[in-house]
Design a binder for this molecule. Structure first.
Ligand SMILES: NC(=O)c1ccc[n+]([C@@H]2O[C@H](COP(=O)([O-])OP(=O)(O)OC[C@H]3O[C@@H](n4cnc5c(N)ncnc54)[C@H](OP(=O)(O)O)[C@@H]3O)[C@@H](O)[C@H]2O)c1
Length: 256
């Protein structure tokens, strides 16, 4: 049984706690959060504290706090030579305090407390400063997920960058689509089947092959019509730049 202390009570700590609770191989022995009220939603059976002096003995301490606070929180630990990991995609492992053994346990998914997640499908990216700790993190990852990968801090930075583009940027484009429809009192629901199909398509096709639309076809007339529709819109530049990027990706721009 791997004993875990969770530090933080946000989206990631909440979902990790559920996943560890559902596994036979793991036990969350304590949850720490600087604001006690915010841990009230966690299971009653788990010990809760907001004091660094009261941290329990565990095999792994998982810091799931805001990126900017990871370093400071790890410095606040009164423990020594324990395995302390963070859950961030963009924070280097070396950011953790030297007082303890370091590691990373980064679940590559977008988490919100209100949305259920199936952890078995979520890639868990692990890294550790010591070989035996890496092995333990792999075992921990496998107890909740079918996909555990060893990724170093440099690789993780690149992975996080890609994740932001395919998740946050794409979601922003949904917002742009929604705003444009709203101007004509049209419902965003009309776009949902298209959004779903676009997302599902990359299960069987690489993104390069899955691309369709006026830019991919180099359909200049339609592109001009769209730019005209957007002539007074803040999104005109975005449309032009995205179109140009697609033309460049398919080497269409160079031939014009
Ligand atoms: N959300 C995601 O989709 C996602 C996915 C993968 C990885 N991550 C990573 O997981 C980590 C946690 O993200 P999250 O989304 O769970 O965060 P979150 O929901 O915003 O929760 C932040 C947590 O950090 C605590 N905190 C903030 N500043 C602190 C400080 N100065 N000292 C002590 N505790 C502090 C907060 O405590 P209070 O309750 O007291 O405010 C809260 O428990 C981050 O490193 C993030 O990059 C997030």
């Amino acid at each position: 049984m791997i004993k875990i202390v969770l530090i933080g009570a946000g989206n990631v700590a909440f979902h990790l706690c559920q996943a560890f609770k559902n596994s036979e191989n793991t036990k969350v022995v304590q949850i720490f959060n600087r604001t006690l009220e915010n841990i009230a939603v966690f299971p009653e059976s788990i010990d809760k504290t907001n004091s660094y002096t009261k941290l329990k003995e565990a095999d792994i301490y998982i810091i799931a706090v805001s990126d900017d606070s990871v370093s400071m929180v790890s410095e606040n630990f009164l423990l020594n030579n324990k395995l302390v990991v963070h859950t961030s995609g963009s924070v280097a492992m070396k950011t953790l305090s030297d007082k303890n053994r370091k590691g990373v346990f980064y679940p590559l998914q977008s988490f919100s407390k209100s949305r259920k997640v199936d952890f078995s499908e979520i890639p868990i990216c692990v890294e550790a400063s010591e070989e035996k700790d890496l092995e333990l993190l792999k075992v921990l990852g496998k107890s909740i997920s079918e996909k555990v990968v060893v990724i170093n801090s440099e690789e993780r930075k690149r992975l996080h960058l890609s994740a932001v583009i395919v998740n946050n940027f794409v979601n922003y484009l949904y917002q742009v689509g929604s705003n444009l429809l709203e101007e004509e009192a049209l419902s965003f629901d009309l776009l949902k089947p298209l959004i779903k199909e676009t997302a599902l398509k990359i299960e069987s096709l690489p993104p390069f092959e899955a691309q369709t639309g006026p830019a991919k076809r180099n359909d200049k007339k339609t592109i001009e019509k769209h730019l005209h529709l957007l002539k007074d819109s803040p999104y005109k530049k975005l449309y032009a730049e995205m179109t140009e990027a697609i033309l460049r990706e398919y080497s269409i721009l160079d031939n014009n």
